[in-house]
Design a protein around this ligand. Structure first.
Ligand code: ADP
Ligand code: 5GP
Length: 204
């Protein structure tokens, strides 16, 4: 029997580089034991985003129905849109021994930690506020109002970093990716995550 997978919560202000770190990590390591939860959102898709891959894009009515049906592990409002983690997919993957990454904002992240204390939470800090703003603008996905809204939200999110298990400053991208990998690998080595592995060895 395999051990249950580990739940990683990956968060930090919009524009800090969460998506960039995860996609660079994927390209570099192609880790088959890690799965990414696909959230539902009422936000409009960006030109490069694909329904079912980046997000499940929902109307507000559809999202509210999902809340009523108790389909979410957690959900939160962020800068005028709703975002939620579908529960079943996450727990099915964890049960099958896969590690799961939730890339979610701070309210959802802290709720997950409360409901599931074994979750390992990682906060991605920008090297500075001015760099955060220029990354948000440079991404080219936001209107000036949305950049401002996300930047103001960041000032409320940044102090919450102290509640997370790990902090990574995303200055040089490759360094941040390596630090992320250290965290993943060290969690995998914890005795608690290897109880069944020990039993399997004893049977051999
Ligand atoms: P998030 O997912 O946290 O909202 P993104 O991954 O979309 O942030 O990154 C925001 C912008 O910052 C993107 O244009 C990305 O290319 C850029 N970026 C991310 N990490 C770095 C880095 N270490 N150095 C410079 N630019 C970065
Ligand atoms: P974006 O609109 O840039 O894709 O995401 C905005 C914020 O919503 C990001 O901080 C992202 O991590 C967060 N987010 C994405 N999916 C979820 C989710 O399922 N739940 C919560 N709470 N936040 C999410």
């Amino acid at each position: 029997m395999t051990d249950k997978g580990i739940l990683f919560v990956f968060s930090g202000p919009s524009g800090t580089g969460k998506g960039t770190i995860l996609s660079s990590f994927n390209q570099k390591y192609d880790d088959k034991n890690i799965k990414y939860s696909v959230s539902a959102t009422t936000r409009a898709p960006r030109p490069t985003e694909i329904d079912g891959i980046n997000y499940f894009f929902k109307t507000e009515d559809e999202f509210n129905q999902m809340i009523k049906n108790d389909e979410f592990f957690e959900w939160a409002e962020f800068c005028g849109n709703l975002y939620g983690t579908p529960k079943k997919a996450v727990f099915d993957l964890l049960e099958s021994g896969k590690d799961v990454i939730l890339e979610i904002e701070t309210k959802g992240a802290l709720n997950v930690k409360r409901m599931y204390p074994d979750a390992v939470s990682i906060f991605i800090l920008p090297p500075s506020l001015s760099e955060l703003k220029s990354r948000l603008m440079g991404r080219g996905t936001e209107t000036p109002e949305s950049v401002q809204n996300r930047f103001e939200t960041a000032s409320r999110e940044l102090p919450l970093a102290e509640n997370y298990d790990y902090i990574i400053i995303n200055d040089v991208l490759d360094d941040a990716v390596e630090k992320f990998r250290y965290i993943i690998e060290s969690q995998r080595l914890k005795t608690n995550n290897n109880k069944n592995t020990i039993l399997e060895v004893l049977k051999k």
